[in-house]
Design a protein around this ligand. Structure first.
Ligand SMILES: C[C@@](CO)(OP(=O)(O)O)[C@H](O)COP(=O)(O)OP(=O)(O)OC[C@H]1O[C@@H](n2ccc(N)nc2=O)[C@H](O)[C@@H]1O
Ligand SMILES: Nc1ncnc2c1ncn2[C@@H]1O[C@H](COP(=O)(O)OP(=O)(O)O)[C@@H](O)[C@H]1O
Length: 277
């Protein structure tokens, strides 16, 4: 059985409080983007192990055991004693990009196992399992435009559509640690809630909808801030870093012609148009 975990971008991100447990409360909007990995499972008929992971495409750091698709499998295996599986994962979504690729793989693995082995788990339960695997993981269960609060795990659906807009996404060869990026932030409550800003037309987001991580990440990695400036020079109606970086996206009008810009070596570039949401 085969599935295609997609990425997300953050539309705005306000980090509002540091919590006693070390995590941070925030508000953000998660929006699905059609950059997709490919994830397949088959029943494993040979050997003694419970899983075998084959990985291709972009590299992911770490052992198979630490891959989030394996963690997702183990989580459900502990509860349901699943048959052994052979896993094929092809990575297209860059890691350390603020695109949630690892979290998407984990959430889609939960959904895949639920379907393949007919576990009958409703979305609410799948979200509870997903939340154990990463702060933004549960978003990918329903995978629709979502306003998120708490540590990024309390959701409400949002009637927001970027249909027709073009997205230009650039991920430089820079790895930003989410943990370090949080550590440098001074949390504060925004004057206007992100939910309110999101009701405005996209053309009015610039200067209002902010990603608090930019303030700590751009001084450390000026190249990321330069990409954002370039997006605006090229006519973006809105541009921002996604999550804790390092990717930057620009939203462009339907009829805009996106130029070819050389952002340097080892830079991931993706252009597309939002369709069905
Ligand atoms: C902040 C966001 C916004 O989208 O960043 P990106 O990962 O997308 O860049 C996400 O919610 C991140 O989610 P995720 O990447 O799953 O975070 P986790 O693995 O759970 O946490 C990584 C580390 O970030 C810090 N952390 C994470 C979430 C949060 N609300 N407060 C925190 O302080 C903690 O130090 C934690 O150890
Ligand atoms: N299947 C996976 N895909 C990507 N990264 C993974 C995966 N499993 C574990 N990881 C680890 O998760 C970390 C965060 O990856 P990812 O969620 O893609 O990025 P981000 O948090 O920037 O959105 C990576 O450093 C990687 O080592």
């Amino acid at each position: 059985m085969l599935t295609f975990p997609n990425a997300k971008i953050n539309l705005g991100l306000n980090i509002t409080e540091k919590r006693p447990d070390g995590y941070h409360n925030l508000e953000t909007i998660f929006y699905p983007v059609p950059i997709e990995d490919a994830l397949e499972i088959n029943i494993l008929n040979e050997g003694n192990g419970k899983f075998r992971l084959h990985q291709a495409g972009l590299e992911i750091e770490g052992e198979a055991e630490s891959n989030l698709v394996v963690k997702a499998y183990k989580l459900l295996d502990d509860r349901f004693n699943l048959p052994p599986v052979e896993i094929h994962l092809f990575k297209h979504i860059p890691s350390g990009a603020g695109l949630g690729g690892g979290s998407a793989d984990a959430a889609f693995m939960l959904k895949l196992l639920n379907n393949k082995f007919e576990l009958g788990l409703p979305d609410d339960t799948l979200e509870e399992y997903a939340a154990k695997l990463g702060a933004d993981c549960a978003f990918f269960i329903r995978n629709r435009p979502t306003y998120a609060e708490g540590i990024g795990n309390i959701f409400s659906p949002l009637p927001l559509s970027l249909k027709g807009y073009q997205i230009w996404l650039v991920k430089p060869d820079i790895f930003v640690s989410t943990r370090d990026a949080f550590a440098k932030i001074k949390p504060h409550h925004p004057e206007i809630s992100l939910k309110e800003i999101a009701r405005l037309p996209v053309e009015e987001w610039n200067g209002r909808m902010v990603n608090d991580f930019e303030e700590s990440v751009f001084p450390q990695f000026p190249a990321i801030g330069e990409i954002k400036k370039e997006m605006y020079r090229q006519g973006a109606v809105y541009a921002s870093m996604s999550g804790s970086g390092s990717s930057v996206y620009g939203l462009f009008k339907e009829d805009a012609v996106l130029p070819e810009v050389d952002f340097g070596e080892k830079v991931f570039v993706y252009k597309s148009q939002f369709t069905d949401i």
